[in-house]
Design a protein around this ligand. Structure first.
Ligand code: FMN
Length: 329
């Protein structure tokens, strides 16, 4: 049976994983606004294996979000296997392994982007998960990471690249790879290694999603053309702007790009707030504040609006603030 990935029309527009942001409410909104597939924030495979409450709470979704891909990070094959089974049991459409996170606490334990330094170990992790999984597996990687000092002669700059990892795993049935075109050392800013994404696309037999720095419809078109990728992953570009997915789809198919008026943006923000509260109650509203700040960006009196939205304690506060600003704008 072809996996859901194969059934998506190209170019595939994905909501990339973002810890603290791509929760159920935002994923649902992204799907309503044109994303083809959405990723959860990363969840620790060790925490899932230990039945940690917070981790398991992140593995919930609304069926209307489907296809949803759950992302895990870690390094222990046994924990990966347990987590993979749990994710499959919960009905996720796919599982994604994080080989790209640069956070100190993650790479300190040899997980995330640190796994780019050991393609054979990464391969073993993938193999152990593939042994137990029937839903499609994907991975998310970065363009490169510098080799550790002990690996190379002094004063030489040697890098482990996305392509090295792809060469090590390209015979395995991995459905999709999302490549964040920045190196570990770049973190979250700076230009993309477009050539690296392109090289991955040429060597990897599955689907390739290009990721990094996509903020406008033109950015997406340029990156797709430059890399030949099958689609893109949007992360920060979708914050406060989930309709970017719809705009990209319109632009790429030659239609007029819909621009949203403030009342339309306000309606999306309100819907987001309602969904956040429905999914998580009062905690949902607290977590929503940073999203609300993004919706305010670029609006008249954005600073005032943002300051008031982040103090909103109830759904009504959010509604009232959005409405008042509309009246006075
Ligand atoms: C706040 C934040 C949280 C993120 N969390 C994750 C995560 O959980 N898993 C992951 O693979 N990438 C994560 N990323 C990386 C994004 O998926 C993406 O690769 C990166 O932000 C580059 O894309 P952008 O320039 O469009 O934001 C995160 C990025 C940000 C800004």
């Amino acid at each position: 049976m072809p996996s859901f990935w194969q059934q998506l029309a190209k170019p595939i527009l994905a909501l990339a994983p973002m810890e603290g942001y791509t929760d159920s409410a935002f994923r649902l909104l992204a799907r309503e606004q044109g994303a083809d597939v959405v990723y959860t924030e990363f969840v620790s495979s060790d925490a899932i294996a230990h039945r940690g409450k917070t981790a398991l709470a992140k593995l919930t979704f609304d069926p209307a979000e489907q296809p949803v891909v759950a992302q895990i990070f870690g390094r222990d094959p046994a924990a990966f296997v347990t987590a993979a089974k749990e994710i499959e049991r919960r009905g996720f459409a796919g599982l994604d392994l994080n080989f790209g996170c640069p956070a100190r606490k993650v790479i300190g334990s040899g997980a995330g982007v640190a796994l780019l330094r050991d393609p054979q170990y990464a391969r073993r992790l993938i193999e152990s998960v593939l042994d137990v999984l029937t839903i499609p597996l994907s991975i998310k990687i970065r363009a490169s990471i510098r080799a550790e000092r002990r690996e190379v002669a002094p004063d030489t700059e040697q890098r482990h690249t996305a392509l090295d990892l792809i060469e090590a795993i390209r015979d395995l049935p991995v459905a999709t790879v999302m490549v964040h075109g920045r190196s570990f050392e770049q973190g979250f800013s700076g230009g993309l290694d477009v050539e690296m994404i392109r090289a991955v696309k040429q060597r990897f037999p599955g689907l390739v999603l290009a990721n990094g720095g996509l903020r406008t419809v033109e950015d997406v078109e340029h990156l797709l053309t430059a890399t030949g990728a099958d689609g893109v992953g949007l992360a920060r570009g979708a914050l406060g702007c989930p309709w970017l997915f719809r705009q990209i789809r319109a632009y790429l198919s030659g239609r007029d790009v819909p621009e949203l008026s403030w009342p339309e943006i306000r309606a999306v923000a309100e819907r987001h707030a309602r969904q956040a509260v429905a999914a998580k109650g009062g905690r949902g509203l607290t977590e929503l504040r940073k999203h609300l700040a993004h919706y305010a960006t670029g609006q008249p009196r954005a600073a005032t609006l943002r300051a008031r939205l982040v103090r909103a304690a109830t759904l009504d506060d959010v509604r009232r603030t959005l409405a008042e600003v509309t009246v006075h704008a």
